[in-house]
Design a protein around this ligand. Structure first.
Ligand SMILES: NC(=O)c1ccc[n+]([C@@H]2O[C@H](COP(=O)([O-])OP(=O)(O)OC[C@H]3O[C@@H](n4cnc5c(N)ncnc54)[C@H](OP(=O)(O)O)[C@@H]3O)[C@@H](O)[C@H]2O)c1
Length: 348
């Protein structure tokens, strides 16, 4: 394969104040890196976006390296190995790793990159940034390891039409849940939940009467709440949990743009003690040793038709800032990702 001498990449142009704008990023041309000893050169196939990336731009996470102005934006994606000076990787291998927002990337054995060989080249490569990558792993960890979903559970999911949420009903059902209800913004997304994403019912949080809608869907209370949103919605659900409920704290996108002083103060936390429940957060990367196991489970469910990935695909590296910004105004439905290599998946 012919490797060009130059590539495009997005760098941080300035730190955002609140929600990022396109001006916070700059598209640059750079030399395609030559892999050094132990290094692997990949051509980026697909890149994902996630709400947390806004926090990367202000160095506001414990788990990602700090970004200086002018640094290439952090991000994960699927790459096709095109050159390798590393015995573990051969040209033609597919890897899911921290590749950053660029058309070519190098990585080595440094665990920072979290390189995972994709074990499902027969399935769509793009699934590596969605259902067979962080989004699917997060849904599986949250439902199985944290929420302990099992036969007969009645499950509620917030942020249900998003990247993680769009996998949640399928995963919960595959684990034995009796009923899964999703919360999303607007009638179109609610229709998507029930028609395409495997939910039994949907609640529109932008309409009035969210609390009475939860009451109507869960007359006996909620067994498992998989929460992507946090804030006041979490409080409203806490008021409606059943005995031995499990509250899975996956994310809290409703608060990412707020000053910590303005975070919601939860009045109903006492219900955890009252109902002998459990409330627990988790971080997907803490399970990195088990990614191949999770990938195998999820790939089996896809092949068996138990899990149907829903992708929201944009085309071209130039779309990266818009793809990220759109997560905060709810324009995505399902796993939002960007195809970087127009020939991606042709080797499948
Ligand atoms: N624990 C972990 O290891 C882990 C891993 C991955 C992701 N996460 C977290 O999980 C959550 C979902 O991530 P994702 O990648 O799947 O994102 P996403 O759901 O694909 O994108 C964001 C969606 O959230 C909703 N949203 C945006 N602003 C909101 C607000 N103020 N209130 C309520 N909903 C809002 C929008 O949907 P609507 O149109 O329905 O409002 C939007 O489409 C995030 O909080 C993320 O940080 C955690």
């Amino acid at each position: 394969m012919q490797i060009p001498s130059e590539m495009r990449q997005w760098v941080l142009a300035r730190r955002p104040v609140g929600l990022a704008t396109e001006e916070d990023f700059r598209l640059e041309t750079a030399a395609v890196p030559e892999p050094g000893p132990g290094e692997v050169l990949v051509r980026t196939q697909y890149l994902g976006v996630a709400p947390v990336m806004l926090r990367y731009m202000t160095n506001n996470t414990d788990f990602e390296r700090d970004l200086e102005i002018g640094d290439v934006m952090h991000g994960r994606g699927v790459g096709l190995v095109v050159k390798s000076n590393n015995p573990h990787w051969q040209p033609g291998d597919l890897v899911y790793a921290r590749l950053r927002w660029r058309e070519y990337a190098v990585f080595d054995d440094d665990p920072y990159y979290i390189p995972m060989r994709m074990g499902h080249p027969d399935l769509k490569w793009s699934y590596g940034v969605g259902t067979l990558g962080n989004n699917g792993f997060t849904a599986l960890i949250g439902m199985r390891e944290i929420g302990r979903v099992s036969d007969g559970d009645q499950v509620l999911v917030s942020g249900a039409a998003g990247g993680v949420g769009s996998n949640c009903a399928y995963v919960a059902k595959a684990l034995g849940a009796k009923r899964v209800v999703g919360i999303a913004g607007g009638p179109e997304k609610c229709q998507l939940l029930t028609e395409r994403l495997g939910f039994d019912a949907a609640i529109d949080y932008k309409a009035s009467g969210v609390e009475s809608a939860i009451d109507a869907q869960f007359p006996e209370g909620v067994d498992v709440f998989f929460d992507n949103v946090g804030g006041e919605l979490l409080d409203q659900v806490l008021a409606r949990i059943r005995r031995h409920a499990r509250i899975v704290i996956c994310g809290r996108i409703s608060e990412y743009l707020k000053d910590p002083a303005d975070y919601h103060r939860h009045r109903n936390l006492y219900r955890i003690g009252l109902m002998d429940g459990k409330l627990e957060g988790f971080f997907v990367d803490d399970y990195r040793e088990r990614y191949p196991e999770f990938e195998a489970v999820l790939a089996d469910w896809i092949r068996a038709g138990k899990l149907v990935p829903h992708e929201d695909m944009l085309e071209g590296l130039e779309q990266m800032p818009a793809a990220l910004i759109g997560l905060y105004d709810g324009t995505n439905a399902g796993v939002r990702l960007v195809r970087i290599d127009p020939t991606a998946d042709q080797g499948r």
